[in-house]
Design a protein around this ligand. Structure first.
Ligand code: PAF
Length: 272
């Protein structure tokens, strides 16, 4: 596995692979890798010949009061894990100046899919995400890229950006990977205390019960309101949102346990 922090080395290697007709798969990450990331790599491997992963904690998607400074940075361990897995061909771990040589402003703004939900609570977030993903796409020049469904709204925003910018990149969704109790894997789960972890595991159960209820005819607003109350009763400190999105046919939620903000979502069960 090649590890580089240098964008010229990255693009020379990509050109070389492309010259030989190899399709490039890309998995952008902020590191602190877990089995969810590994699953994204496996999805990418089914759709490409050579796999590139970026590891870059992107400052522009954090607001000043958020967890940029404390976000887990585990590069050495990540590299060791990836070497053991043997699935990634190249890890690109750029410096901030490689991604933002001209400062962090971006002409690219997130489109309509960014409206509501996350943006109501993290208004800066999707502009920061499209800013960095557009720049990474330009440098990596992949044929396909995989984004996890755990950040379902992010996935929609990226698909929209690729279409708007007429980028020839196929965006492939990666399934949510859950622990034995159904908790969606996330780098931020590392912040949870043992007690919080127990409570966190209620989130998926509650959104699944809302999804079932709505599919059986319960009023969505009523179901979501009750679910927010259930989350608070279960021990969550604050619920940013729990909402039904009819176009995406999903329940999406974000809630706080102490200092940790968790998000999750699930599809409504298929109707016969
Ligand atoms: O989902 C993430 O880890 C990040 O938002 C991404 C897509 C790597 C951009 O920094």
């Amino acid at each position: 596995m090649i590890l580089t922090t240098n964008k010229d080395q990255l693009s020379a290697q990509i050109k070389d692979w492309k010259k030989n007709g190899q399709r490039i798969g890309f998995v952008p990450t902020m590191g602190a890798l877990h089995d969810g990331h590994l699953s994204l790599c496996e999805t990418a491997a089914k759709n490409a010949d050579k796999l590139v992963m970026s590891i870059f904690v992107n400052p522009t998607q954090f607001a000043p009061h958020e967890d940029l400074d404390s976000y887990p940075r585990t590069l050495e361990r990540d590299i060791e894990n990836l070497n053991n897995q043997g699935i990634i061909d190249l890890v690109y771990a750029p410096e901030q100046a490689d991604i933002y040589p001209d400062g962090a402003d971006s002409a690219i703004k997130a489109g309509p899919a960014a409206q509501g939900l996350e943006s109501d609570f993290r208004p800066h977030f999707f502009d920061g995400v499209v800013n960095v993903v557009y720049r990474l796409f330009t440098q990596v020049n992949p044929d396909i890229a995989v984004f996890g469904e755990k950040d379902f709204q992010q996935l929609q925003v990226i698909e929209e950006m690729v279409a708007d910018q007429a980028m020839d990149i196929n965006i492939i969704p990666g399934a949510i990977i859950r622990d034995d109790h159904g908790l969606a894997l996330s780098s931020r789960n590392a912040y949870l205390t043992a007690d919080e972890l127990e409570t966190a595991r209620m989130l998926n159960q509650i959104i699944y019960s809302v999804a079932h209820g709505i599919s059986e005819g319960v009023d969505p607003d009523e179901a979501c309101k009750n679910a927010a109350e259930m989350l608070l009763k279960a021990g969550f400190d604050k619920v940013d949102y729990i909402a039904y999105h009819p176009t995406w046919s999903r329940i999406l939620a974000a809630a706080w346990l102490g200092k940790t903000r968790l998000i999750d979502n699930c599809a409504l069960p298929e109707q016969d």
